[in-house]
Design a protein around this ligand. Structure first.
Ligand code: UDP
Ligand code: MG
Length: 368
């Protein structure tokens, strides 16, 4: 079991030394936005109220922020974000030069926020994930958990298709040995060490949901009921959902290529048996022309080879994109970082400085 203690951890000669945070934790709520003009005017005040409440209760630092990441929106999303930043210094924004996809928006937001924050929470702009869970997440982080997963225990508001395909995806990934938290999307709290660790994963198509459990920090789950979208439309049509699922499978598992290998072996064994049978028929002198069977196997093998080549091609393609080391995103405007310029930040409330010697190792990396 982990120790419920928030602070910096040092390891000296096998001893664990704790240094308590000398300030209230600074929280940044990262919100990826792609064409979210219809929903932002509703979501922004809700998040603002939650964060203001946390600041007033001294659960988080007074200079905690909400960071909207505009992922190449074609509507008035950035204009709304810009207006919000002028209304309240709580709001900040990051504008990508074009649409890079939700994962890139999350990585960009977390990287920027992680440089200045103790805790980072990511939540979708449509607030389908229950934002009232945020205070509970902060509480869990203050208790010592480095990862707090928001998990949906009721998806009845999602369409039957979305629910079934999602369940199928978690089941399939589980079978492939990929450690995913079922019914958890991208609503989670990460502490700074986890964000830093996540940023060391340099792949250009990061499957964040798969990477975070692999990082191995102490984690816990909080449950909520998934809500319908407040306004606007889903940015995940079937095409994008399939691409997302394929990315998850291909970036974490070589099982498909192994499956092809096994299938190939089975077919080769079958073909060998067939050869023996043909030989026996030949020796018995009952050879038939066998045009149909030859054609059938020709087509079957041709098709199978195409499938095999396409799967190998997927991996070659991924190697190709990875070796290019292209940037995951390019930030066009950043109103977040300058808000921390000297003289602009609110003084952080000192609490206490305690050095604590702990003789047990708590580096368990436990996962709930
Ligand atoms: N999103 C994004 N870039 C994209 C697609 C989506 O930043 O290319 C954001 C979107 O604005 C939202 C979140 O990702 O905040 C989840 O998208 P959505 O709600 O449309 O997905 P769904 O809930 O339908 O799966
Ligand atoms: Mg949504």
């Amino acid at each position: 079991m982990m120790k419920k203690r928030r602070g910096l951890r040092f390891y000296i000669f096998g001893e664990t030394i704790y240094m308590k945070l000398t300030h209230l934790p600074r929280l940044t709520i990262v919100v990826p936005c792609n064409n979210e003009e219809p929903v932002l005017p509703t979501s922004a005040p809700i998040l603002e109220n939650i964060l203001t409440d946390l600041i007033q209760k001294k659960a988080v630092a007074a200079d905690s922020k909400i960071l909207f990441v505009d992922d190449g929106s074609k509507d008035r999303t950035w204009l709304i974000i810009d207006q919000l930043t002028q209304q309240n210094p709580l709001f900040t924004g990051l504008k990508f030069s074009r649409n890079y996809g939700q994962e890139a928006a999350l990585m960009g937001g977390m990287q920027t926020a992680g440089a200045h924050s103790d805790f980072v929470i990511t939540i979708d702009a449509d607030l389908q994930d229950d934002p009232t869970l945020i205070p509970g997440m902060v509480e869990q982080a203050n208790a010592g958990y480095d990862v707090v997963y928001g998990v949906r225990n009721d998806r009845s508001t999602d369409s039957w298709f979305k629910r079934t395909t999602a369940e199928g995806f978690y089941w399939f990934m589980g079978k492939l040995g990929v450690d995913l938290v079922p019914n958890h999307s991208d609503f989670r709290l990460l502490t700074k060490p986890v964000v830093d660790a996540l940023m060391t994963c340099k792949e250009s198509n990061p499957f964040i949901r798969g990477i975070i459990p692999q990082l191995g920090f102490p984690s816990t789950k909080l449950y909520y009921k998934r809500q319908p979208r407040q306004a606007g439309v889903s940015k995940y049509p079937l095409r994008k959902m399939l691409r997302f699922a394929l990315n998850g499978v291909l970036s974490f598992s070589v099982a498909p290529i192994r499956a092809v290998l096994y299938a190939g072996l089975v077919i080769c064994t079958g073909a060998f048996a067939m050869l023996l049978w043909i030989l026996v028929q030949h020796l018995r002198g009952t050879v038939v022309t066998g045009w149909s069977s030859i054609m059938a196997s020709l087509w079957f093998l041709g098709g199978f080879q195409l499938v095999a080549i396409s799967i190998i091609g997927e991996y070659v393609g991924r190697t190709f994109t990875e070796v290019k080391h292209r940037p995951r995103f390019i930030i066009q405007t950043d109103t977040y970082s300058p808000s921390f310029a000297i003289g602009k930040t609110v003084n952080r409330q000192p609490v206490s400085v305690t050095l604590h010697l702990n003789h047990q190792s708590v580096h368990s990396g436990g996962r709930s």
